[in-house]
Ligand binder design. Sequence first.
Ligand SMILES: [Zn+2]
Length: 411
Amino acid sequence: MHHQLHRRQFVLGMLAAPLAIRGALAAVADARLSPWTPGCLDIHHIATGRGSATLVIMPDGTSMLIDAGATNNKLDVSAAPKPNAQRRPGEWIGRYAQRHLRATGRQQLDYVLLTHIHPDHLGDVDDASPRSAQGDYRLSGVTDVAELLPIGRLIDRGAPDYSYPAKPKGTYAENYFAFVKSRLQRGLVVEPARPGSSSQLAMRSISDSFGIRVVAANGEVWTGSGEQARSMFPPLASLVRADYPNENVCSIALKVSLGKFSYFTGGDLTSYTFDGELPWLDVLGAAARVAGPVTVATADHHGMFDGLSADVVRALRPQVWVIPSWHISHPDMLQMERMLSQRLYPGLREIYATSVMTENHLANKRLTSQMHSRDGHVVVRVQPDGAAYTIYVTDNGDENDTIKLESRHTL
Ligand SMILES: [Zn+2]
């Protein structure tokens, strides 16, 4: 709808805007996303079609990459690689970060935070994956990023031994552990997330209005008081092996705040409890209750069936949902119903997905047609005082950062 427009055109009043919220949707042609400027908070959901990757540029230019996914899934079930298959997804992610960090004057990632140890969050490998020149591991996802940019602190859920609740298995996990070992041998930092902490992911400069809270990791959820966290999981000795917490529910969740603006993201946390059989598995529910309400939230676990319970949606009640989608099953129909529901919470609602496959769109058209965007990088740019923010969707078919759509909001 926007390609034929030559100037910004605002469609006002398109949504039932509640008091104190003004939304303006603009279709834009031939405009490139302007560089980050000091004071702004930029959150880029990078759409490679192959997994999750989110670049955060904090108000003083401190940077963090959350995940660097690179699944090897075939094209029958996974979105096509974007911009194309001539580079690996991790290379595209690294180049994206290089390009956008230029404005900060610092070509390095201060933090890389991996929410959990799965290929669509840190990179899959096979015999065809090239070897790194820096250590005894192969290049994919986060290790591709590390070839392009220095990483200050690498933070994950299980360093240094990854033994709780059970050591992840698989070639991608082995490759990641080899990368961790190599970093430690080189004197580089690898550390576990500290649930409850508001200082672990600090900016270089002091700010009263900006902060990042580690809301959850390894089933430990911030209590809302000080930096305390408590574990959702029963003692492992009391569980049969089949009931051990899986990798997804161990994901790290974060809340990022700037003034009145806030953002919640929780990797592949889920709320599904096998219909009440294992209530402690609802880590996402506990994290959402202590973090919410927020302005913008991701639909965790890619909008799959076990992500957003009704309680999670009520607790987070964001104006904007971002679905980090890449697989044919993303998003699930009931998850869309909940995100759109004016019964669970009233007011402004916008939904953006990084990559919805045609097959999914055909199956869920009644709901997916209500999305603002189904393809492209989703960039949240928050103004310095946190009183306003804009969502930009940019074209992921090349590296020009061409704006396809923008939506402005005042808080
Ligand atoms: Zn995932």
